[in-house]
Design a binder for this molecule. Structure first.
Ligand code: NAD
Length: 468
């Protein structure tokens, strides 16, 4: 049987990068009209091929159409439309009023928005369209040429994008390279002007080390354990609806899924009762039969999640726990009374439908637990109190914060999206995507007249010049 995804021959990768470099230096990716045409084409790619892309996502993750539209197609299409509307404004020179009087008299200053050059975009498998093509929108808008490297794990979607891309985008400027570690390692040996990587913190280190060899800048969109703090002044049914939505979307394979819950012990019975109602309502009592509930991406990841539950050193499974390897199914699972130092449940990011609940005595203890770990990609807080929100914001660090909901901050493209420290560096979406792929070049233009006015700075120096 032919492989779903054809890997790019390793010895052809350097030529592809060189080809894109020549295209960049020829200037074809630069005119705004060209960039807009490519953006319109990228919009067409995702909107004209919805059925094909849905089918691929279904094969890779059994993603439901509702999640495929909301989490994959719409973000790319909307980002294209936003840039088509705003590109002229973003790309224009920014005039600067020089502070130095002599510069003001004899010249002008401006900031030119220039592309970085040839950029590499490496995507993850959980949102194999969004995480690859939304950064590409920014790269195109800023005038770069780009190689996209889809995750080989979501092979059907990678194959679909690879087949579609040359039909829509200019192959002189935008190419796909496919493969796993060998091919990505070859890519990383080559010189790019920027690398935009989405994936795990461990591979993020590999990418950053490779980039350092060429002094290439990076944007790292990584993961981590994002907490959800539930304070005592909430409507519990709304809270469990929102936490379950964020936790079990794409079967928990979401970088911004709430990874664990911190809640005061006295609220636990109410939380569990409300959570059971939520799961019953969301999946009509049978998540394994419900079309809306996704599957684990591969046997390797299913084994990883299965072992996390099997090796837990604390807690009780109060919801779910069932799984079926032949169908890559893992039930929405809630484990209560988990110890904060349980290495299995509270070690690394879970990246699956398992929700540990850690009981605390008060908000201060919850804050201490958050601060004992690396800053997460997002911090969720459920509370009606502005004072509580302000306290949590002031005393913690994270890439983003969402109060009283989950995931929805990621859909707000007016906000920068990114992590901090171990959860990532740099950000994107909307204006921030343009900035991620742009060099702000300082330009000062002076005239050659009035040389006498600046003569005081020329040698030979003397006491009078020193006193000026
Ligand atoms: P991953 O790091 O295993 O893979 C990401 C990419 O890196 C893939 O294209 C893969 O081919 C490549 N890769 C894997 N091993 C490599 C190696 N040794 N050398 C070079 N390249 C290599 O991540 P994943 O499993 O695809 O995704 C899961 C992780 O990504 C989670 O940690 C999740 O939180 C994170 N994530 C972050 C975001 C975000 O926006 N911040 C979004 C989605 C996923």
């Amino acid at each position: 049987m032919a492989a779903v995804l054809q890997y790019t021959p390793v010895d052809s990768i350097e030529d592809t990068v060189e080809h894109l470099r020549r295209s960049f230096h020829s200037g074809i990716s630069l005119p705004l009209a060209y960039r807009k045409k490519q953006l319109k084409q990228l919009y067409n790619l995702v909107t004209e091929n919805e059925a094909l892309l849905f089918a691929a996502l279904r094969k890779d993750l059994r993603k439901h159409e509702v999640e495929s539209i909301g989490g994959e197609i719409a973000p790319v299409a909307e980002e294209c439309l936003w840039f088509l509307e705003n590109l002229d404004e973003l790309a224009k020179d920014e005039k600067v009023n020089p502070r130095v009087i002599l510069n003001r008299l004899g010249g002008s200053a401006l900031i030119r928005k220039e592309p970085l050059g040839v950029v590499l975009i490496i995507g993850a498998w959980n949102y194999p369209i969004q995480l690859l093509l939304v950064p590409l929108v920014g790269a195109i808008a800023a005038g770069n040429t780009a190689i996209i490297k889809p995750s080989e794990v979501s092979a059907h979607t990678a194959a679909a994008i690879t087949a579609l891309l040359p039909n829509y985008l200019d192959p002189r400027c935008y190419r796909t390279v496919n493969g796993a570690v060998t091919e990505t390692t070859r890519l990383l040996e080559l010189h790019f002007n920027h690398i935009f990587y989405t994936g795990s913190p461990e591979i993020g280190k590999v990418v950053m080390s490779a980039a350092a060899k060429h002094l290439t800048s990076v944007t790292l969109e990584l993961g981590g354990k994002s907490p959800a703090i539930v304070s005592s002044d909430v409507d519990m049914q709304v809270v469990t609806n929102r936490i379950a939505f964020g936790k079990f979307y794409n079967a928990g394979q979401v970088c911004i899924a709430p990874d664990y819950v911190l809640i005061e012990r006295k609220q636990l019975p109410e939380f569990v009762k409300a959570f059971k109602t939520t799961i019953q309502n969301f999946y009509r009592g049978h998540p394994e039969k419900d079309e809306g509930y996704a599957r684990i991406v591969s046997e390797r990841h299913w084994d990883r999640l299965h072992n996390i539950l099997a090796n837990k050193t604390s807690g009780h499974v109060v919801i779910g726990g069932e799984s079926n390897k032949s169908d890559l199914y893992m039930a929405p699972t809630v484990v209560t009374d988990v110890d904060n130092d349980d290495p299995s449940l509270m070690g690394d990011e879970l990246f699956g439908p398992i929700l540990p609940v850690v009981c605390v005595d008060n908000l201060d203890e919850a804050i201490d637990i958050v601060n004992s770990r690396a800053p997460p990609l997002v911090l969720y807080l459920f509370s009606k109190s502005r004072k509580t929100a302000e306290k949590v914001l002031t005393k913690t660090q994270s890439g983003g914060v969402l109060v009283n909901d989950t995931l929805m901050h990621q859909a707000e493209y007016a906000l920068p999206f990114g992590g901090t420290g171990r959860s990532g560096q740099g950000s994107y979406h909307g204006k921030k995507s343009f900035e991620a792929f742009t060099h702000e070049r300082s330009v000062m233009i002076k005239n050659l007249s009035m040389d006498g006015l600046v003569a005081s700075r020329y040698p030979p120096y003397n006491a009078k010049k020193a006193s000026l």
